[in-house]
Structure formats: structure tokens, C-alpha cells
Write a protein that binds this ligand. Structure first.
Ligand code: AHR
Length: 515
């Protein structure tokens, strides 16, 4: 087998990789909100106004750009007025989707907006279409974003918040084909237009409205929503309306929905099945984008992957409705494959939200319910290692001589890569999906001089390695020494089952060559 090569033209910047593809999702589900973010003001766990300090600090370190809330399926059962006013007086409800537990609404609109402010993240509010009303949704927008003394602004002020908040992202429903109403695409397309119309821009707050989109490869859903737009083709300068984006949801698992596979106890075959299914995100984005291109040649409508990640069987002994799972090196590589796909499709993919941030599905952070201890997962480290891609220009990466394997009925390339450039720094992300073999890759760097480099690697001896309160650093990034000068640029060692990032210092554009 000849050496794998990645050809990168450093002087041909492509579209901007929106920082919002590094977005997050927090639902009222299991221990994500309660115990994860919110412990209440009287908790022995250090907190700011009830919100865990350690969780906020860890998330600030990975520059969380936006946070989607309150669901998920929960969003279409959620009535926002239940979550405002004095906490002791808030009505209770049953969280029928997730564990059938009683929700006391302690964490509501003000708490969420406080969390976003602490994180420095933009709020992405997912509004109830399934069981709510147009008026209810419209009033929520007014409550959040209107200044003056309108009825909803006055209500907000009476609850202690004078100034309106800035809310850039607004979700119109969630999984309307399923838990969000079991609707047909045609039915939902009409509802999306109606709800989007009444999600009004108040004052200077311009909403970017995201209509609930397809599951997986349901291209009919995307096509139906695209057909429902007002004319997109004629005037490139005219904004998309009445909504501005549509979403897709896609989860990665190694088995069927009835037995998704275990988070930590998996075989090498399951490893490759998982990688092939994660890599399917590329095909999904290509094909959904192709449908969108037909109606929207000027690419005015955004594609938002507002739920993605691994979904395993819950950890033995935990509540099946709480979706609590461990997170191994395998999850880290699922994340790196998704980011490669988002970077490659930067011209259409404007936002993405991993499901979910704390204690649910592919989490960044796990907290121990007894001790309160916080663990950063391997997935967290991929977000941190990739932070330099946020708002950088994508660079095309052409891979040559990549070995492949057949898995899950697909041909899986065993090396994945993406790259970006921001001013005089480039970042190259490299995933070696081979469970057993190390590989060397040559970075054929063209177009700009490279004056320095620095590499990091995330790997472990065992693909099932994961972090726990007892061993929190079983999978953490370390400095990577396996990088050498090469006639074409650099030669990088990729250990088996590893994730490597290489930061390149570039000679300033136009600077004279020395030596
Ligand atoms: O993320 C968990 C659930 O998965 C969400 O509530 C729902 O939208 C999806 O089916």
C-alpha cells in the first residue's frame, strides 16, 4: 500500500465554517437539565444562581456558540408560561417522553437565558408546534425579545428582567413526522409557514427560523419543505421566507433501534459499523443539499443538523427513559467524522447541535449523581481540539491512496480529513479509523509557506477507553511528536484509532520568502 497523501491548497479559502456547527442541545431529559446544568441555588454543588459553575467553565473552554432548548420531543409538550414567575408557584407537568417523571418547571425561560449568558452562547429556542398554539408561540417571542411595555414585555419585566434578550435562532417544531405531531410533510409545510409568520421580529431582534426537517434520508420531507418557500430562485438578494432554514436529524448506532449496541462493550465489527454509519452523514448532506439546490440555487436556505450523535443502549441499571450512556474513543471519532462532513458542506450547513451536552446520549460532560463529580468525555476533547475551525474558511482536502473497508454495506475510507484557514493559521484534522493499524499521511501543502507546526493526538491503547470520575484522563489529548518535515510539506504519524490535529503557522500572505 502506497503512502496516503492529503493535498491541501492553503491559498484557496472556501466558504466559512460557521461556528454554529459546533452548537449544542440541552433537553429536559434525564439528568441533562436537572443535575447536569441546574442544581438549584441551595445545592452544595458550587453554582451561580442555580447553574453548575464547573459545567459552565468546562463549556466556556470549548466556546459553545449556541444552545438548543427545551427539546427535542419535550419541546412539543412544553408550555413556556409554566416556566416563568416564582419557582414555588410554577405548575408541574409530566415529562411523558422521558421517564414519565414529574417536571416542576424550576428551569424555565429566565434560567435558560441566564445559562446562555453565562456560557456566552446564542440561544436557540425550539417552539411547541405539536401541542401548542400559534398565539402561545408568538407571545413567547414577544416575551423574550420585545422592549417597550407591550403585554408580554411587561410580564417579563414583572418577573425581574427589564431588558429584552437577544434570541437569534428559533425552531419551528421538532420531529414533526414523529413525536412532534405525527404529521405528513405536506401538513407540516403549511404549519411551518403559518408559525414562522407569527414568530415576529421584535424591534432589532431578527429571528433565524428553522423549520423541523427530515429524519435521516427522508428526502421527500426536504423536498416538500423546499417547495413551500416563496420564490427562492429569482432574486439572489431577497431573503428566504417565511422561514430561513430547515433541519435534519441523524443518530449513529451500531445495531437497530431495538438494540442499538453497548456504549463501552463493543467488538471490532461494531467499531467499523459505527464508523460507516457516522460517515453516512456525508451522503446525507450531499443528497439533502442537492434537493435544496434545485429550489434554491442561490443557497439562501440553511441546513441545520440540530440533532446528531451516537445513541447506545442505556448504561445497565439506569433509567431507560434517561438515555444516559458512557462515551469512548469511538464516540470521539464519530464526532470527528461529523465535523469533517460539516466542514465539507460549509456552503449549506449553517448550524449543528450535538445531542446532548450533559449526561444524555453523546455528551461532552458526565456528572456523577452521588458525588457530583464532573468528567469530560473523549467527545468533549474533539470539540476542544477543533475549536480553531470555528468561523475559519474551509480548505478542500484531496486524499490519495486511502485504504478502505466494507462495513454496514458501505465502502468506508479509513482516513478522514478536513482543514480550514484563518488569517495566518491553518488547522488540519485527521482521523485514522483503522482499529488496528497505524498509518502515515503526507500533507502536501501548496500555495503558502508553512513556518511552524504543532500537533496533538487523541487516542488510547483500547478503542473502548473512556473517562470516569476515578480515571478522568484515560482519553485526553496530548502533544503529538510524530510529525516530520517532508519534501511536500509534512509527514504525520496517525496511530491506530486516533484523532490528530495539526496547527500550521503560515507565512503571512505577501511576505517575502526568506532562505
Ligand atoms: O435527543 C433525544 C431525542 O431524539 C429528542 O428528544 C428527539 O427530537 C429525538 O428523537
Amino acid at each position: 500500500m502506497s503512502t496516503t497523501t492529503a493535498v491541501i491548497d492553503l491559498d484557496l479559502p472556501g466558504p466559512v465554517i460557521s461556528r454554529h456547527v459546533y452548537g449544542h442541545f440541552a433537553e429536559h431529559l434525564g439528568r441533562c437539565i436537572y443535575g447536569g446544568f441546574w442544581v438549584g441555588e441551595d445545592s452544595p454543588v458550587p453554582n451561580v444562581r442555580g447553574i453548575r459553575t464547573d459545567v459552565v467553565e468546562a463549556l466556556r473552554a470549548i466556546a459553545v456558540p449556541n444552545l438548543r432548548w427545551p427539546g427535542g420531543c419535550f419541546a412539543d409538550d412544553y408550555h413556556w408560561r409554566d416556566g416563568i414567575g416564582p419557582r414555588a408557584e410554577r405548575p408541574r407537568m409530566v415529562n411523558s417522553h422521558w421517564g414519565d417523571v414529574v417536571e416542576d418547571n424550576a428551569f424555565g425561560t429566565h434560567e435558560f437565558m441566564d445559562l446562555c449568558e453565562l456560557l456566552g452562547a446564542d440561544p436557540y429556542v425550539s417552539a411547541n408546534v405539536g401541542s401548542g398554539t400559534v398565539q402561545e408561540m408568538s407571545e413567547w417571542v414577544e416575551y423574550l425579545t420585545r422592549a417597550d411595555d407591550s403585554p408580554m414585555a411587561a410580564l417579563r419585566q414583572s418577573n425581574g428582567r427589564d431588558e429584552p434578550w437577544r434570541v437569534p435562532f428559533w425552531g419551528i417544531g421538532n420531529e414533526a413526522w414523529g413525536c412532534g405531531g405525527n404529521l405528513r410533510a405536506e401538513q407540516f409545510a403549511s404549519l411551518a409557514r403559518q408559525y414562522a409568520t407569527y414568530a415576529r421580529n421584535q424591534g432589532g431582534n431578527a429571528l433565524y427560523r428553522v423549520a423541523a426537517g427530515a429524519s435521516d434520508d427522508d428526502y421527500h420531507w426536504t423536498e416538500t419543505l423546499m417547495r413551500s418557500f416563496d420564490d427562492l430562485a429569482r432574486d439572489p438578494a431577497a431573503p428566504a421566507g417565511p422561514f430561513q432554514a430547515l433541519s435534519i436529524h441523524y443518530y449513529t448506532m451500531s445495531g437497530p433501534w431495538s438494540d442499538k449496541g453497548a456504549a463501552t462493550d463493543f467488538t471490532v465489527d461494531e467499531w467499523y459499523t459505527t464508523m460507516a454509519r457516522a460517515d453516512f452523514m456525508n451522503e446525507l448532506l450531499t443528497r439533502h443539499s442537492t434537493v435544496m439546490d434545485r429550489y434554491d440555487p442561490h443557497r439562501k436556505v440553511g441546513l441545520v443538523v440540530d440533532e446528531w450523535g451516537t445513541w447506545w443502549n442505556v448504561e445497565p441499571g439506569t433509567n431507560p427513559g434517561f438515555l444516559y450512556q458512557q462515551n469512548t474513543l469511538r464516540d470521539a471519532l464519530v464526532a470527528s467524522l461529523h465535523f469533517d462532513a460539516f466542514h465539507r458542506h460549509a456552503e449549506r450547513v449553517v448550524m449543528a447541535n450535538i445531542a446532548q451536552t450533559v449526561n444524555v446520549l453523546q455528551a461532552m460532560i458526565l456528572t456523577d449523581p452521588e458525588s457530583g463529580a464532573l468528567v469530560l468525555t473523549p467527545t468533549y476533547h474533539v470539540f476542544e481540539m477543533n475549536a480553531g475551525h470555528q468561523d475559519a474558511n474551509a480548505l478542500a482536502v484531496h486524499l490519495r491512496d486511502v485504504p478502505g473497508i466494507e462495513a454496514a454495506g458501505r465502502e468506508l475510507a479509513l482516513v478522514s480529513a478536513s482543514a480550514s484557514v484563518k488569517e495566518d493559521t491553518a488547522l488540519v484534522s485527521l482521523s485514522n479509523l483503522d482499529a488496528d493499524a497505524a498509518r502515515t499521511i503526507v500533507l502536501d501543502l501548496r500555495g503558502r509557506g508553512v513556518v511552524g507546526h504543532e500537533a496533538r493526538v487523541l487516542t488510547a491503547a483500547d478503542v473502548r477507553a473512556h473517562n470516569t470520575p476515578e480515571v478522568p484522563d484515560a482519553v485526553v489529548p496530548t502533544r503529538h511528536e510524530g510529525v516530520r518535515a517532508h519534501a511536500r510539506g509534512l509527514e504525520v504519524d496517525l496511530p491506530a484509532h486516533s484523532y490528530v490535529t495539526v496547527r500550521l503557522a503560515l507565512r503571512p500572505a505577501g511576505a517575502p520568502r526568506v532562505g
